[in-house]
Design a protein around this ligand. Structure first.
Ligand code: ATP
Ligand code: MG
Length: 460
């Protein structure tokens, strides 16, 4: 037969193939390798041609090399998944088909291996598995038998908070979306649970999803679900909108949700319709949405963290949880409540806090709000020996003001820098040493806080 193509032509054609292609002779020496294959394996074509494949891939031998096996047996190996590390350290997943080459008399003269790179697909499918775990985690959250809070569990004497709670009770009777606004530790979750618990959805799912903790691609899959993908091998998975059907979905820190996803949430709120990722079918969900933001919503809009259209849709009912220091009488009533609570837990008989501690509590800034107060009291009661919580039972940082400020010194700069150090120490304490969180509390850039911490003054 007349030779139609030159070797170079074939070589050129293989450059357009998206799979890796390698050909070895009967001894196992590389005689052809396309660019794709070289890139995949981090090898140099010119350097590798003529070399035995065990020399090119030191980790290969007769026992694990498909090429050598095929040369030996003369039987093809098809669609075998392989995982290996290139000499540059890249982990590669491939699906290989290795076929023996025979001459006209049937003698083996070599083998060809075609490799499909599935590294990215593999990563994607692992992501889907992770996603499934998170979704399952949410289901567990729902089936958990820890009872949800009720309105009676919200302790307050502050007139504005009492008014807000009575609005929340009315809101619970409706299906309207609700926006809860409040700083960290002000009781947002408590309030949202109480709303669900006293609504007529209370025997249906209550699902919480924090929107700040996940990357966009995962969060979208979690919320809307995924459809079985041919190559990812994932199973069909419902999202939280389906899992929470007839119940309540609490989207916490919605101001940290990526913008595009906020648009999709708005759409579901408007018409209850959504699609699983990869699906064309439109599904409907009857879910009540409660969202929370931990910053002023108008500032969040200004900064681009919250979409204006979503805000106006949620804003029909907005419930504001004030900071602990802005509530009248709450430090006192909550202190009593927590003393009682932890007396029970630690089998103590603590009567309360001393006058001195009362004064410290009243003047403290409580940036961690109710949660911080709760921790301070639990910490004190768990270790206490006497009947009263004294200044010796509470953390040092609460007493900062008293110890350091010399009231006779009115030098403004000096006094401000003392205050700054105290605020930084407190923020670091409340955020458990997490600089990013502390910088958010202090409302200063992370780098500024880092600089100030490095400069000294505040203890880290
Ligand atoms: N009014 C209250 N009465 C009793 N306990 C409260 C009250 N407010 C908050 N708590 C307690 O304070 C802690 C923090 O409350 P919660 O988790 O609801 O705060 P949050 O606003 O969701 O905070 P974060 O933004 O940090 O998630 C919880 O242990 C809760 O029980
Ligand atoms: Mg919360």
């Amino acid at each position: 037969m007349k030779k139609v193509f030159q070797w170079e032509t074939i070589q050129k054609i293989t450059e357009y193939i998206s799979d890796g292609l390698q050909i070895v002779d009967y001894e196992g020496k590389l005689i052809f390798c396309n660019r794709k294959s070289a890139m995949l394996d981090d090898i140099d074509i010119m350097d590798s041609l003529g070399k035995h494949i065990t020399e090119i891939y030191p980790s290969l031998d007769e026992s694990n090399s498909t090429i050598l096996k095929v040369l030996k047996t003369g039987e093809p190996i098809l669609n075998l998944e392989q995982r290996y590390t290139t000499y540059l350290g890249n982990e590669i997943n491939t699906v290989n088909s290795t076929i023996p080459l025979h001459d006209s008399r049937g003698k083996i003269i070599g083998a060809v291996e075609i490799s499909k790179n599935i590294t990215d697909m593999k990563k994607l499918s692992e992501q889907v598995v992770d996603l499934q775990k998170v979704v399952l985690g949410s289901e567990e959250r729902f089936t958990e038998d820890k009872p949800l809070y009720k309105f009676e569990d919200i302790i307050t004497e502050d007139p504005r908070t009492i008014k807000m709670i009575s609005r929340a009770m009315k809101a619970a009777m409706t299906d309207a979306s609700v926006l809860v606004v409040g700083d960290t530790g002000t009781g947002k979750e408590l309030l949202v649970q109480a709303i669900h618990n006293s609504s007529n959805r209370n025997n249906k799912p209550f699902i919480v999803q924090n929107c700040a903790s996940l990357p966009e691609s995962l969060l979208e899959g979690i919320l809307f679900g995924t459809l079985k993908g041919g190559f990812t091998g994932s199973i069909n998975r419902p999202g939280l909108f389906e899992i929470a059907n007839d119940g309540t979905l609490f989207l916490d820190e919605i101001n940290s949700m990526p913008n595009q996803l906020q648009t999709k949430i708005l759409r579901v709120i408007q018409d209850g319709k959504f699609r699983r990722i990869g699906d064309t079918r439109i599904r409907e969900a009857n879910v009540r949405i409660i969202a929370a933001v931990n910053e002023d919503p108008f500032e969040a809009i200004e900064k681009g963290n919250l979409r204006r259209d979503l805000f106006y849709r949620l804003n029909t009912i907005t419930l504001n949880l004030n900071r602990l220091t802005e509530r009248n009488g709450d430090i006192e009533v909550l202190t009593k409540y927590f003393v009682n609570k932890f007396n029970k837990k630690y089998f103590r008989n603590v009567k309360g806090i001393t006058k001195e501690v009362t004064e410290i509590f009243d003047n403290f800034s409580w940036m961690g709000n109710v949660r911080e107060l709760e921790h301070v009291i639990e910490g004190a009661i768990s270790l206490i020996e006497g009947e009263w919580i004294t200044i010796y039972d509470i953390p040092e940082y609460l007493k900062g003001n008293k110890k350091r400020i010399d009231n006779s010194d009115l030098n403004l700069r000096k006094r401000l820098s003392v205050l700054e150090v105290e605020l930084i120490e407190e923020a670091m304490k409340v955020s458990n040493g997490n600089i990013s969180k502390a910088s958010l509390l202090l409302n200063i850039p992370r780098q500024t806080l880092q600089y100030k911490l490095k400069k000294g003054g505040a203890k880290n």
